[in-house]
Design a protein around this ligand. Structure first.
Ligand SMILES: [Mg+2]
Length: 183
């Protein structure tokens, strides 16, 4: 039987993949801030960075990042077979699998994540817009993955802010978070 891959190896690979493709945690945090600032007067960038980082600890997100970035990179190197090569390379509007992979990883964070994902997918703000308009590289999957991570981090933060407003202790918040996390 083949050995399972240790989860710290998977997490590091997903974080490295984002970094190699030019996406920093701060880029995602900027989007989260824009999404959540209107709902909270005392939201800080630090909160947004922390939330984006926490989302990257989830296996479902890591797996989606690894699959999506791999396909972008292979398409960039012309290494896929046709017609998939052209579908991904040209970011064919009706392809849809890039959105499906990214959407699959927002359900774990609830309805705010799902609706925020839809909004970001349409509006393409900040880094998402930059990736979408950069025609030098293939970002067919990456832009949707960033929508997903930012949407999840926004939803997570919305719930944390409420917990904070209700003066829940950090232990209580952590316990609730651990129970909510799938994978
Ligand atoms: Mg796309």
């Amino acid at each position: 039987m083949k050995e399972p891959v240790p989860c710290d190896v998977v997490e590091q690979a997903a974080r490295d993949a984002l970094k190699k493709r030019g996406v920093k945690i701060e880029d995602i945090a900027d989007i989260v801030y824009e999404m959540q600032a209107k709902y909270s007067d005392n939201l800080t960038m630090e909160d947004c960075v922390e939330s984006a980082d926490a989302v990257l600890c989830k296996r479902e997100i890591q797996h989606a990042v690894l699959v999506g970035v791999e396909l972008d990179v292979l398409a960039e190197k012309n290494m896929l077979s046709e017609p998939l090569q052209s579908l991904i390379d040209t970011d064919e509007g009706l392809f849809g699998v890039d959105e499906t992979v990214a959407l699959g990883s927002v359900f774990g964070f609830g309805s705010i994540a799902v609706t925020t994902f839809g909004y970001l997918d349409k509006e393409k703000i900040g880094k998402i817009r930059e990736l979408d308009t950069n025609k030098e590289q293939v970002h067919t999957f990456l832009d949707d993955l960033i929508c997903s991570i930012a949407a999840n981090a926004s939803a997570r933060l919305a719930h944390r802010m409420r917990d904070r407003e209700e003066n829940r202790g950090s232990q209580d918040i952590k316990k609730r978070e651990d129970e909510e996390l799938i994978g």
